[in-house]
Ligand binder design. Structure first.
Ligand SMILES: *Cc1c(COP(=O)(O)O)cnc(C)c1O
Length: 365
């Protein structure tokens, strides 16, 4: 029996995608091979790669002056590649001014890595209230190399709804946990990046969407594999790309297209999130700690209202365990924040959210 998987990542994939991959496992497109066995430079693989890129461009409306790169190293490697390519000086430790807004644990990691190669200015932070809101975004100083935000904060469950206007300073966003969940105007950004394992496919591929004029700025000492131009010049095939992951992303994109595209997915996501937040807001036992206006559509943390810490922990542990036994898995909150969290990415059907709510109603007694 398939479970409802509320994991923050790697996370559930759409059933039709898994079925299609299974049907092509031994013989993809009549080639007599699995996609896993194909050379990345072969005529069999080429159309698979091209289809994935062109579907991503179509669904996200990526303008022609942007490159799409399929890399490895996760979103976390982009925390390093971004400052290295866009702000680093002629030796490590000196670099241009960069601006970051600190909205959670992933932003904080990006800031720490950025500080190694650039002169980071943290313009605002919501750490004072356990990251339960998105702070106002002040302007950066003229001459700042880029302005970095994290659109959806996976661990704490907040999201930016309005993108800051940074004028001529390139805006960069980590969209790992919200890519293709709602429409996004790519032309407002210099760089967008996402690890695939939340909303796009299996772990191992990182999608980077970068405006062409931002490529080619890395100082000479930057390792070859960490330079955007290396991958851009070779069409993501400087070395072996994550071939099978790219194929799986292609199947997920096809699934989104068949459903009706990003606008349709966004409506479904809003419906799922509304259902769950409305339940939380009316519940006597459960509560969302996030300020309403900034609530994520993808990751929904919740806690049990109980003053006694020991009793609260005991109840939450029991909740996660009993939910798993009922086929609702991976509901524990992040180890750094505790409580529970339901990640309801594109692939989570509304039936999964309904099943979770009815389990919670019973748990409330
Ligand atoms: C999961 C996640 C990351 C880390 O991704 P990796 O691919 O594991 O490096 C970074 N940022 C956000 C917003 C995430 O959700």
């Amino acid at each position: 029996m398939r479970v409802y998987n509320f994991s923050p990542g790697p996370s559930a994939l759409p059933l039709p995608v898994l079925e299609k991959a299974a049907s092509e496992m031994l013989d993809a497109n009549g080639t007599g091979q699995s996609v896993m066995e194909m050379s990345h430079r072969s005529k069999d693989y080429k159309p698979i790669f091209e289809k994935t890129e062109s579907l991503l461009r179509e669904l996200m409306g990526i303008p022609a002056n942007y490159k799409v790169l399929f890399l490895q190293g996760g979103a976390s490697l982009q925390f390093s590649m971004i400052p290295l390519n866009l702000a680093a000086g002629d030796r490590p430790g000196v670099g241009l001014k960069t601006a970051y807004v600190d909205t959670g644990i992933w932003s904080d990691k990006a800031i720490k890595e950025g500080s190694k190669y650039s002169d980071v200015q943290v313009l605002a932070s919501s750490k004072d209230k356990a990251y339960t809101y998105i702070p106002d975004a002040p302007a950066a100083e003229p001459g700042t190399a880029y302005y970095h935000i994290t659109t959806n904060n996976t661990i704490v469950g907040t999201r930016w709804t309005d993108v800051p206007d940074t004028g001529s300073i390139p805006l960069i966003s980590d969209i790992s946990s919200c890519i293709l969940s709602e429409p996004l105007d790519v032309s407002k950004f210099g760089v967008l990046y996402a690890g695939a394992q939340k909303n796009l496919g299996p772990a191992g591929t990182t999608v980077v969407i970068i405006r062409e004029d931002l490529i080619g700025k890395a100082p000479a000492w930057t390792p070859i594999m960490l330079r955007y131009e290396t991958h851009s010049n070779e069409g993501s095939m400087y070395n072996t790309p994550p071939c099978y992951g790219i194929y799986m992303i292609g199947l997920v994109l096809e699934w989104i297209k068949n459903l009706g595209g990003v606008n349709t997915i966004a409506k479904l996501n809003q419906e799922k999130a509304d259902l769950f937040y409305n339940y939380l807001d009316s519940s006597k036992m459960f509560n969302s700690p996030v300020v309403k206006q900034f609530r994520s559509l993808m990751n929904i943390p919740f806690v049990i209202k109980e003053q006694d810490e020991a009793k609260k922990t005991e109840l939450e542990t029991r909740f996660v365990k009993e939910a798993a036994a009922a086929g609702l898995i991976n509901l524990a909150g992040h180890r750094l924040v505790g409580g529970m969290r339901a990640s309801i990415y594109n692939a989570m059907p509304i039936e999964g959210v309904k099943a979770l709510i009815s389990f919670m109603e019973k748990f409330e007694g």
